[in-house]
Structure formats: C-alpha cells, structure tokens
Design a protein around this ligand. Structure first.
Ligand code: QAP
Ligand code: CO
Length: 177
C-alpha cells in the first residue's frame, strides 16, 4: 500500500477528462487500495482518480461514521436524478475552503465494482452529493466551478500564495549539496 500525492487547484491536470477503465485486474485493485489509504489518511470522505493524477474513471467513497464502509465505483454513470439539495462541500484538492453547492437530492448510479461486476445504487443525502462531486472530478470539474468567478478567483489567489510560501519553506529546509 502507498499514499498517493493529491493535486491541488489550480493545477491544470485536475481539468483532464478521465477515460473508461477497460481492465479490472490485480494492478487496478492495488491502485484502488492506495486510493483508499490516501482518502482515509487525509482524512476525506471521497477521492477521484483524477485527484491523484490517474485519468481513468474510478472513485472511492466512505461517508460512514466509523470509516468502515468503503465504496468503489468504476466507470460510474448516473442514470437518474431527482430533486435539488444544497449542501456545504469541501474537496481534498481545494484544502481549507467550504462552500454551499446545489446538487440533485437523490440519484441512481450504475457502475462496476472492483471485481468487475455491474451494480446499481439508489441513494440520497451525503452519499448522493459525494458521488456527484466525485464524478465531476472525472470530467475535470471542481465544486468551486459552481461558485461565482469572484469567489473562485479569491480561492485561487489564496491557494497559489499558500503554495508559493510552502515551496519557499521547502527550499530553505533543503540542505545544499
Ligand atoms: C467531497 O471531500 C465532498 O478542505 C469529498 O482541509 C465533501 O473528503 C462531498 C477535506 C463534502 C460532499 C460534501 C477538505 C479534508 C476533505 C479540506 C473531502 C481539508 C481536509 C474533503
Ligand atoms: Co473533490
């Protein structure tokens, strides 16, 4: 198992459209384990492959209290949406920022599991919101894209500043050879 590096907005690689997974084998299952480890370690409730620079249609989610209900969706497709719900969202790729977003209240999603079996899930509440948020990642979309350009640019500036300060810190603590 290995922890993967998470890309941060405004990294352009987060805008990549992921392609379908065609082979569900042991290599992929290892990668799925790494995604769970990365998500639980963060800690987060959802992670899309796009966020760890792997541009295939794969997401992992665990919205349970005890972090013992891992869900994996391969090539997920939302086949039904109903109602509108507003929820405060965050994202591991936009650390430190939380904003209200409108999504469908209840959804039905069809996907493959890690054994390559098709399954369908109808759900609502946090899980439904999280699935929609993660599938957006696979299409290169972030929750802040639903905010006003003003709010999004403020977030962009703050994160770019934060990244600059961080790389300066890292350079200073690096021993010169
Ligand atoms: C998506 O997000 C989500 O800013 C998953 O500093 C979130 O796991 C869907 C996180 C809320 C619906 C509602 C964010 C961790 C985790 C941060 C996450 C942070 C540390 C976000
Ligand atoms: Co996210």
């Amino acid at each position: 198992m290995a922890k993967l590096e998470i890309l941060h907005f405004p990294d352009n690689r987060l805008r990549t459209k992921a392609t379908d997974i065609t082979a569900i084998d042991d290599d992929l299952r290892c990668f799925i384990d790494d995604m769970y480890e990365t998500m639980y370690d963060a800690p987060g409730i959802g992670l899309a492959a796009t966020q760890v620079n792997f541009h295939k249609r794969l997401i992992v989610i665990d919205v349970s209290e005890d972090k013992n209900e891992p869900l994996c969706f391969i090539n997920p497709i939302i086949t039904h949406k109903d109602g509108i719900e507003m929820m405060q969202e965050g994202c591991l790729s936009v650390p430190g920022f939380y904003e209200d977003v409108e999504r469908a209240e209840s959804i039905t999603v069809k996907a493959l599991d890690s054994q390559g079996e098709t399954f369908e899930l109808s759900t609502d509440g946090l899980l439904a919101v999280c699935i929609q948020h993660e599938i957006d990642h696979l299409d290169g979309k972030l929750f802040i894209d639903y905010l006003s350009p003003l709010k999004r640019n403020r977030i962009r500036k703050k994160l770019v500043q934060h990244h600059k300060a961080q790389s300066k810190e890292n350079a200073q603590s690096d021993p010169v050879l």
